[in-house]
Design a protein around this ligand. Structure first.
Ligand code: HEM
Length: 478
């Protein structure tokens, strides 16, 4: 559409709400929308429907409320969490590999992998440990199981309004009532666990238990950041700057929802691309062998994270490049708060962008179209559809504006878990590639490359974009 109309902005009318919608494939215009707090804000109707049942939180809040949540959360996502993510990822992958070993008994040594299921389990385990502290006061297996159930029931919990749950509680509707009662039960259990974990962690922090297993974990950091603000303020200011226990729990749940499925889907797509591009796998293997000539260590300390992660540049680039081609969140909505004019571009006859202005009325909607920006040849060149991790490494040859990579959004509401996801993603990939060759599934091998690619990279849009065919094959390297 952007090509067809030769513009970085196209408009449509949302019939259901009778308002204009401006779609943007222009990175500079998006930057303005994402940074000008006075003129643009999130479409809160969209978020508040399904995200507030645990209480107010960072994602489902307008800018004024959001500031308090972000101020406490920012210091919580610090380098100590990344160290814990690094260590817990190594542990989780080791257990997963043991399970794969027990499945490899066929003669060709190939194992078929359901990528989303595998990475979803991994991401869940890693979040449970790095989020709450491995073997903290709340038993990690119990917590992980409850998070897993919460994830399975999340579509129902976030898409149905509260009155549906009330109704099905009072009137028995076959199949639906039992399922929704179970949903409520799971979320109540998770809520209780999280509230208990908050009090336990607070007690830990007060006693300055230095040997605590929750050290460095996200929840402990969050509670601590909140207590630091508490300590600084008088009674009146405290309420305005710190978070209540309910808000802390709501945010932890949000971190889980925002971080779990996104990372699992991203890893699924990277594996699909790696299966299609063995030369990229080779380069990742070269990088890994340089860092760990004697094999990737199975048990790692948190302190090793900084040195090792910063050297996994090509591996991390492969993670980002897959996210460029298939952004897990492909569009974000914003509301226009007051009449404004947005500068964007249109293409003149010979395809050069020239600036022009689009007037926008208060109440209009904007769609930040990450999927379109990520394949816009103005930024990424004629080979924008190709999988080339080099773009994120060799930035002299591959020149693109920093604002044109939007997988983690941009501006003041960008993803707070970007590094968390990258540390986990690069670590998982390095370990897989060192041990296995990733191949396209056997039954696709006779297909031409373009058909394989179309098949494995086919995605379905939902809350986040997931692969339609989440499958690859692993073959153990000799
Ligand atoms: C590949 C993985 C990930 C992708 C692609 C991703 C993408 C995004 C995007 C596009 C947004 C903007 C959403 C919006 O404006 O509504 C966002 C926000 C957010 N993400 Fe992520 N994310 C990932 C991983 C994570 C992880 C691991 C965590 C936490 C552990 C996390 C926590 C959050 C939070 C809390 C926000 C809201 C920030 C705010 O409004 O201030 N994300 N993410």
């Amino acid at each position: 559409m952007y090509d067809h109309y030769g513009s970085g902005c196209i408009s449509s009318v949302l019939a259901s709400k009778s308002r204009p919608v401006f779609w943007l494939a222009d990175a500079q215009a998006i930057k303005v929308v994402a940074t000008d707090k006075a003129t643009f804000d999130k479409d809160m109707d969209f978020y508040s429907n399904g995200m507030l049942f645990f209480g107010p939180n960072i994602i489902a809040s307008d800018t004024s409320t959001w500031k308090r949540h972000r101020m406490i959360s920012n210091p919580a996502f610090n380098e100590s969490v990344n160290g814990v993510v690094w260590k817990e990822t190594a542990k989780a992958v080791k257990n997963w590999f043991s399970e794969l070993d027990s499945r490899t008994n066929n003669s060709d040594g190939e194992i078929s992998i359901h990528t989303f299921d595998s990475f979803s389990t991994l991401a869940l385990t890693i979040f449970a440990c790095a989020g709450f502290g491995s073997d903290g006061a709340t038993p990690i297996t119990e917590l992980r199981e409850t998070l897993r159930m919460a994830f399975h029931h999340s579509a129902a919990r976030t898409s149905l309004p509260d009155w549906v749950f009330d109704l099905t509680n009072r009137i028995h509707i076959p199949f639906l009532s039992p399922y929704l009662r179970k949903t409520i039960g799971v979320y109540e259990a998770l809520d209780q666990m999280c509230m208990k974990a908050v009090s336990e962690v607070r007690a830990d922090v007060l006693l300055e238990k230095s040997n605590s297993t929750t050290g460095g974990a996200l929840l402990r950091n969050l509670v601590k950041a909140n207590m630091d603000v508490d300590g600084e303020q008088d009674e009146k200011e405290r309420g305005q700057r710190s978070l209540t226990d309910r808000e802390l729990v709501s945010n932890m749940f949000l971190f889980f929802i925002a971080g779990h499925e996104t990372t699992a889907n991203a890893l699924s797509f990277v594996c699909a691309f790696l299966a299609l591009y063995p030369d990229v796998q080779r380069k990742i293997l070269d990088e890994i062998e340089l860092i760990w000539p004697n094999g990737v260590p199975e048990d790692v300390a948190e302190a090793e994270y900084k040195n090792a992660f910063s050297r996994l540049t090509y591996t991390t680039a492969a993670f980002y490049e897959a996210l460029r081609l298939i952004p897990i969140v492909s569009r974000l909505g914003r509301m226009v708060l007051k009449d404004t004019v947005l500068r964007t571009y249109r293409l003149n006859g010979i395809g050069d962008p020239e600036p022009y202005s689009v007037p926008m009325k208060e109440g209009s909607e904007i769609m930040i179209d990450m999927a379109a920006v990520h394949r816009n040849p103005i930024y990424w060149g004629a080979d924008a559809d190709e999988f080339k991790p080099e773009r994120f490494v060799d930035t002299d040859t591959y020149r693109w504006p920093r604002d044109a990579f939007l997988a983690f959004s941009t501006g003041f509401r960008d993803c707070i878990g970007r590094k968390f996801a990258a540390v986990e993603g690069a670590n998982v990939l390095a370990r897989i590639i060192r041990r296995y060759e990733i191949l396209v599934p056997k039954r696709l091998r006779d297909m031409p490359f373009e058909e394989q690619k179309a098949y494995l990279s086919k995605w379905r849009p939902f809350v986040t974009n997931s692969p339609v065919y989440p499958e690859v094959t692993f073959r153990r390297r000799s």
